[in-house]
Design a protein. Structure first.
Length: 485
């Protein structure tokens, strides 16, 4: 499979994952209450933290290695099984402690259910890593979509039948079980030839030591707030917080992840050219901010009506959270693909130090705000976290890309203008209505359509980099229509 086709599969798969996760979350939000969802969020925090602690980079090692003989493949599979056992044991042993810390016994019970999910996660990651190594991206996408779709179907079915907070961990376990079964069937040839043993364990562990600190720090700083919030304000507050953050976080973990993979691939090809990665990074960053800054601005303005329309009136408390997270996401895009830039240029050793500094500030601010100011102040620290990330990573990015602040600012100014222009109709209508929590469905959908046309007009009027791309895409679609007919 060609690189271009592989990127197409990955991008399409991540878009599909976003659609499935988003559609599932709409149904689940109407079946479960904030407290029930908050229990799952707090439990998943420990899952990801333990996964970060035990992440020795097996999947990355598989993708990176030039050759994968049977003995090396056997070492990979055997170490993955060991990792699975340790994660499952860590969840079972840590469940009572996290439940006591969060003051909620449901968290303990959820973690015991999630021990199965935690055991299968590394197996799925390694098998999809082998697929990625063999450029079988269609299989990667199939496993991912099967996991997400199965988890959504099981969770919705269980929630509709009264399983309450248990439906989330049970659904997650069912989804990963089905995905692993599919992956094993598709990769059975590799499993047959693998010679189990630990002959290459030292090489794998040596590789993992280089990425473990950054992985561990990211896992703790990204997930610890859910447990801290549950302890400080209860599972209901955690559920509200996650519902407000879920839409943008899901977008970042699916669609934006695909964009960053494309950016990383292109930068890896351009780093040896005389111009370096600067031109491609600047162009892609302008394109990303040109699309997502207007979207985030619109979400910030229409947070209340969007939450009510998508999830129902009982979740309106998440509206200000969504607005705050949208602002923080927009700021973070100023250093988009920051890890990819440093890794591409061989500066990955800077990542642990930078992530530790960002994490310490972010978690400390979040904890203090949660205990002293409440939920909204805790959410507001996400903006501080984004500002800190920009301050920490900007010097390294500018040095690696050889771009000046002025060169980056020119692209940001146009994208910011387009975002402001796009949000004007929504801001005017919301002001006329007195900034209500809800809007009539027809009015909301019409406003979104108008905002889309305003964004398109602004892109061409300001001659943004997106304009020729849109023209090219329209021309391609016109040429494709006769062949489809």
């Amino acid at each position: 499979m060609s690189v271009r086709r592989g990127i197409g599969y990955l991008f399409g798969g991540n878009v599909g994952t976003f659609v499935l996760q988003f559609a599932g979350s709409l149904a689940i939000a109407r079946l479960l209450n904030p407290s029930e969802l908050g229990v799952y969020a707090a439990a998943m925090a420990l899952v990801w933290i333990i996964n970060g602690v035990l992440n020795v980079g097996i999947q990355a090692y598989v993708v990176r290695e030039r050759d994968m003989p049977p003995d090396k493949l056997g070492t990979v599979f055997l170490m993955t099984l060991c990792q699975s056992v340790l994660i499952s044991a860590g969840l079972l042993l840590g469940a009572p402690l996290v439940g006591m810390f969060a003051h909620d016994p449901r968290v303990t019970a959820s973690l015991r259910i999630l021990a199965w999910f935690g055991a299968l996660m590394p197996i799925l990651a390694t098998l999809t890593g082998v697929m990625q190594r063999e450029m079988k991206f269609d299989r990667v996408v199939l496993c991912t979509l099967a996991n997400v779709a199965s988890a959504a179907v099981f969770t919705i079915t269980l929630a509709a039948n009264g399983f309450s907070w248990r439906s989330m961990p049970l659904g997650a376990g069912a989804g990963v079980t089905i995905a692993v079964a599919i992956a094993i069937v598709m990769q059975r040839a590799d499993l047959r030839v693998a010679r189990l043993g630990f002959s290459h364990a030292r090489a794998i562990l040596s590789f993992g030591v280089g990425i473990l600190p950054a992985s561990l720090i990211q896992s703790i700083t990204n997930r610890a707030p859910d447990v801290l919030l549950t302890r400080a304000l209860g599972a209901g507050a955690t559920g509200i917080y996650n519902r407000g953050a879920n839409l943008i976080d899901t977008l970042n973990n699916t669609v934006m992840l695909s964009v960053q993979r494309v950016m990383s691939s292109q930068m890896a090809r351009d780093r040896e050219t005389p111009a370096g990665i600067g031109p491609i990074y600047a162009r892609m960053n302008r394109a990303v901010t040109g699309v997502f800054w207007p979207a985030f601005a619109l979400l910030a303005v229409l947070a209340g009506p969007m939450i009510a329309f998508l999830f129902g009136p009982k979740w309106l408390g998440a509206a200000p959270i969504l607005a705050i997270i949208a602002v923080s996401a927009a700021i973070n895009l100023m250093v988009a693909c920051r890890s990819g830039v440093l890794v591409t240029m061989g500066r990955e050793r800077q990542l642990p130090r930078l992530e530790l500094a960002r994490g310490l500030v972010g978690v400390a601010a979040f904890t203090i705000a949660a205990y002293t100011g409440g939920l909204l102040w805790a959410a507001a620290t996400r903006v501080l976290d984004a500002v800190v990330a920009v301050a920490l990573y900007s010097p390294g990015i500018h040095d690696a890309t050889r771009l000046t602040w002025a060169e980056m600012a020119r692209g940001f100014v146009r994208s910011a203008l387009i975002a402001a222009i796009t949000a004007v109709p929504a801001a005017v209508l919301m002001t006329m209505h007195g900034w209500p929590g809800q809007l009539p469905t027809i009015e909301l959908l019409g406003l979104l359509a108008v905002s889309g046309f305003v964004w398109l007009a602004a892109v061409f009027a300001l001659r943004h980099d997106l304009a020729p791309e849109i023209t090219r895409a329209v021309g391609y679609a016109r040429g494709l229509l006769p062949r489809l007919a």
